[in-house]
Design a protein around this ligand. Structure first.
Ligand SMILES: Cc1cc2nc3c(=O)[nH]c(=O)nc-3n(C[C@H](O)[C@H](O)[C@H](O)COP(=O)(O)O)c2cc1C
Length: 670
């Protein structure tokens, strides 16, 4: 008999009476869909669709337990008046067969005073938060029971609203972490000093919540598997804490990575898949209850592996379910190849939260708009020609075909994916190309005629006589009017990334936007030790640590980036920009800002920087100076076809998020 797909992932588990049909848990994400704290239709529609997609358990939140510990647009659970709305949410999710838990959230010194009416946030001690730039006040000893009670009262409200469980947020540097860590807890009373004392605040919260909800109600605890903060806790202390929490009544641990202030990337595309699973495994060794592995699990193959190898008992997929609500259902029904993976770009989700905007998604333009947009069958099936197989064209072709149109997709090169494919060459950004692969897989699964290596001309289109044409011909590298630009030592970053041109030792990259910096990563990593070789040498203790460090930090190129503006990488989202810059620093890349390229010569690039003219020596010069639309076809087709649309970079060069969104909207419009 054939084995069912992903047997471990789709095996049921019961946690203190809560029966989950599978091991996939969608962890809490602040979505920004609740401007007044009240549950909205947008939130209900969003989670309703994820429940329908087959996830076992959804944790919603953070749900703010009092009026001092939250941020704008979060879900409120600090008053009985919110129970009605919360019940509406639980009803919808449960009707689809999923279980639902509320995450109890108190941010302590991560709260911005501006978001709590100018009040001073509180913490274990008055230690400045790098995250907010503010100094909180230390809680008085007699205030502590009240703060703990607010968790217990919120848990009772969650139970009243028919949540199947609660999750206590004890990770990421929030209030419970602040009491736990010697970095932020300088108290000299019973809640400070020894590890035992610092654990007390969190342990007592669990005891109070347990007492309030009774013995038969599941309590999850979210823990930092390692704070990744110098001088703070590692997995060793986290294991001791977890063991104490289990005794206090925790039924399952949700193990994530470090604090918001850490300099170790936690969520960006540089974090490899399942990078932090070892932390869950560490906690699992210290407790007897189930453990969830979190962060960068975005694919059922790898999720199954985690379970099969006994690293954790459940897996969490958070952004992966923003990207594709049907991930569980596709995996279970043997259609895993059609999953749209989360590529950890953060452009639609985490970066939106920093801007106080509601969460969306680069790969899923429908995310957060589930109640507003419906993909309905087209009233009349049309012959649609999509020209260009980049993200915009692919999404347009998929959406149009899903609606019943007869679609032909024509692409001049012999590959589908467009500019997204350039990421394949950039170390740490390979996951971005997954978005191209997923679109290509989905278009191939539909009844779309795909013509590769074919150029669309007016004559050809006339002959095909489609009812509608979508021009998604993308963009090409801008070639600036700078003396010497035609020299043999000058190459475009696109050409370099696509064709792997050979470079000299000293490389100057002109343009410090996202593409320029990513190209610098590509160049600076040349000649460094590849990951497998690093593992081999380290495992065999073949080289000492200092030598290994040198081999991963220094390649064989000397790289300089020239940027005209004051800051490089301004077009990279907040959550990712610092990780790119840190990686460039590690690799010794020199970034010169406020520098204008005046001339390219055999010696290098003559620049003007704040009135001074100098030569930056270079053997090779790489241009990353933006791109220009390829839109000639649209002009040729004017008046020839009944419906004509130009989308994505062909309309104006932007990013993949815009391209996919426009492709989707064009597909809906037909
Ligand atoms: C927009 C956004 C908001 C988040 N908000 C929370 C939160 O309120 N509480 C929490 O514990 N984790 C929060 N997280 C972290 C996620 O639960 C999850 O651990 C993280 O995204 C890594 O998992 P993933 O790679 O599966 O997305 C948030 C993540 C994102 C992207």
């Amino acid at each position: 008999m054939m084995q069912k797909p992903f047997p471990q992932l789709f095996s049921p588990i019961t946690i203190n009476g809560m029966e989950l049909t599978n091991r996939i848990v969608m962890t809490a994400m602040h979505l920004g869909y609740t401007p007044e704290g009240e549950v909205t239709d947008r939130l209900v529609d969003f989670y309703g669709l994820r429940a329908k997609g087959g996830v076992g358990l959804i944790v919603v939140g953070g749900c703010v337990v009092d009026e001092t510990g939250g941020m704008a647009n979060m879900i409120a659970i600090h008053d009985d008046k919110y129970i009605r709305g919360l019940s509406r949410l639980t009803f919808t999710v449960k009707a689809e067969g999923a279980k639902i838990a509320a995450q109890l959230y108190q941010a302590g010194r991560y709260t911005h005073s501006a978001m709590i009416g100018g009040r001073k946030p509180f913490s274990a001690s008055a230690v400045r938060s790098k995250f907010t730039g503010e100094i909180p006040r230390a809680l008085e000893l007699d205030e502590i029971p009240g703060v703990q009670d607010s968790f217990a009262e919120a848990a009772v409200r969650a139970k009243a609203a028919d949540f199947d469980a609660v999750e206590i947020l004890g990770s990421a540097g929030y209030l419970i972490s602040q009491f736990l860590s010697p970095l932020t807890n300088l108290r000299e009373d019973g809640y400070g000093g020894s590890l035992e004392n610092r654990m007390r605040f969190g342990v007592e919260i669990v005891e109070k919540v347990r007492k309030a909800v009774g013995p038969d109600y599941p309590i999850l605890m979210r823990l930092a598997g390692n704070d990744f903060m110098p001088g703070s806790h590692t997995n060793r202390e986290a294991r001791i804490f977890a063991a104490e929490l289990e005794k206090a009544g925790v039924d399952v641990f949700d193990v994530t990575g470090g604090w918001h202030e850490t300099r170790i990337p936690q969520l960006s595309t540089f974090v490899p898949r399942k990078a932090f699973t070892y932390l869950a495994q560490g906690i699992k060794s210290a407790v007897s209850v189930p453990v969830l592995a979190s962060n960068r699990v975005n694919d059922p193959v790898q999720a199954e592996e985690i379970l099969r190898q006994g690293e954790a008992d459940l897996v969490t997929v958070a952004r992966g379910l923003i990207a594709d609500p049907a991930l569980p259902e596709k995996a279970q029904s043997g259609r895993a190849d059609l999953i749209y993976h989360c590529i950890a770009c953060n452009q639609g989700c985490f970066d939106a939260i920093f801007d106080l905007r509601p969460v969306g998604c680069l790969v899923n333009p429908l995310a957060g708009r589930e109640g507003e947009i419906h993909i309905t069958p087209a009233p009349k099936a049309k012959n649609v020609l999509v020209v260009g197989g980049g993200p915009a064209g692919l999404k347009a072709a998929i959406t149009a075909a899903e609606r019943g149109h007869r679609v032909t997709l024509m692409e001049a090169s012999n590959r589908l994916g467009g500019q997204l494919l350039l990421n394949r060459s950039i170390p740490g950004r390979e996951e971005m190309a997954t978005a191209a692969d997923d679109l290509a897989a989905n278009v191939r699964a539909l009844d779309v005629e795909i013509l590769l290596g074919q150029e669309a001309t007016r004559g050809r289109v006339k002959q095909m006589s489609p009812d509608a044409v979508i021009v998604a011909t993308g963009a090409e590298s801008a070639w600036p009017d700078i003396p010497g630009v035609g020299g043999d030592n000058v190459v475009s970053s696109w050409d370099l990334l696509e064709n792997g041109r050979i470079l000299g030792r000293r490389v100057v990259i002109v343009g410090g936007n996202a593409l320029g910096l990513e190209t610098a990563l590509y160049v600076a990593r040349q000649g460094t030790l590849p990951p497998e070789a690093f593992h081999f040498l380290a495992a065999n203790r073949a080289e000492d640590w200092e030598t290994l460090e040198g081999l991963i930090d220094h390649g064989n190129k000397e790289v300089t980036v020239l940027e005209m503006e004051k800051k490089a990488g301004k077009d990279i989202g907040l959550s990712t920009r610092w990780t790119v810059l840190a990686e460039l620093r590690r690799l010794g890349v020199n970034i010169i800002t406020l520098a204008r390229a005046e001339r390219f010569t055999d010696e290098g690039v003559e620049i003007e920087k704040e009135g001074d003219f100098t030569l930056v020596p270079a053997d090779s010069i790489v241009l990353a100076m933006g791109s220009v639309s390829v839109k000639g076809l649209a002009g040729q087709l004017e008046g020839l076809v009944p419906e004509l649309y130009t989308i994505g970079d062909a309309k104006s060069p932007r990013n993949a998020l815009e391209a996919i969104r426009e492709g989707f909207m064009a597909g809906l419009q037909l």
